[in-house]
Design a protein around this ligand. Structure first.
Ligand SMILES: CCCCCCCCCC(=O)SCCNC(=O)CCNC(=O)[C@H](O)C(C)(C)COP(=O)(O)OP(=O)(O)OC[C@H]1O[C@@H](n2cnc3c(N)ncnc32)[C@H](O)[C@@H]1OP(=O)(O)O
Length: 194
């Protein structure tokens, strides 16, 4: 059901995505872009702590252990958090293309409830690129890479310049990230240039 709305359907002029020659190798961890990111940061105690790995082509995988703090209904994952898990996995595709892009549109399907204690096996891939527009899909399977699909998404990411973050973020966090003595962490907070 990919590309069901016009905005998520690549135009005929769209190109196949190209894996950047310096992209992480298949199986290599991508690592968090920012330690305070709710999706993948290690410094967010209630965050999702997603750990993405590069896949083949322009694809990634990630795992999300659903913990009690992620509940919506009793014993079940909150749908908004599941959208976050899909969104953050899709965001990791930036490292395969080596561009900076942000979510413009994210359309989710919830196919099965996701109980607390489940491990959601996420995967995402870029399907097409049209100028600054990056078309991608993602899915999350229950408890195994070939488990039943519980959630899926179609997305449009839009390439931006680093100023998107430096000019729009709250000054306290921008300053703290820029002053981080760890140079790799400092650069990854704003750019896909690890
Ligand atoms: C260092 C790496 C960090 C990685 C972080 C990953 C974290 C996970 C991903 C996220 O959650 S990012 C956070 C959530 N997203 C945002 O906060 C984005 C907020 N929105 C914006 O900043 C702007 O609306 C946006 C940059 C998306 C677009 O504004 P622009 O002024 O740069 O572009 P423009 O509006 O001209 O749109 C460019 C093209 O995209 C299309 N487009 C933009 N937004 C769209 C939309 N929502 N739906 C459909 N199409 C859209 C637009 O129609 C146009 O198509 P055409 O080129 O064909 O004319």
């Amino acid at each position: 059901m990919s590309g069901r709305t016009p905005a998520l359907t690549p135009p005929d002029s769209a190109l196949a995505p190209v894996r950047h020659p310096d992209a992480p190798a298949p199986g290599e961890p991508i690592g968090s872009h920012y330690e305070h990111c709710f999706g993948c940061g290690g410094e967010q105690p209630h965050g999702l702590h997603l750990a993405a790995k590069a896949g083949e082509g322009v694809s990634v995988t990630a795992e999300f252990l659903v913990r009690p703090e992620h509940q919506g209904a009793p014993g079940l994952a909150h749908g908004g958090l599941l959208a976050t898990a899909l969104d953050d996995t899709l965001g990791a595709l930036n490292w395969l293309l080596r561009v900076i892009s942000v979510t413009g549109r994210l359309e989710t399907d919830y196919l099965r409830p996701v109980p607390v204690g489940s491990v959601l096996h996420l995967s995402a891939e870029v399907t097409a690129v049209d100028g600054r527009k990056i078309y991608a899909t993602a899915e999350g399977r229950l408890n195994a890479p070939d488990g039943p699909v519980a959630v899926r998404a179609d997305a449009l990411f839009v390439e931006v310049k680093v100023e998107h973050f430096t000019e729009n973020g709250r000054p306290e966090e921008i300053r703290a990230a820029m002053d981080d003595p760890d140079q790799i962490r400092r650069v990854r907070a704003f750019e896909v240039n690890p």
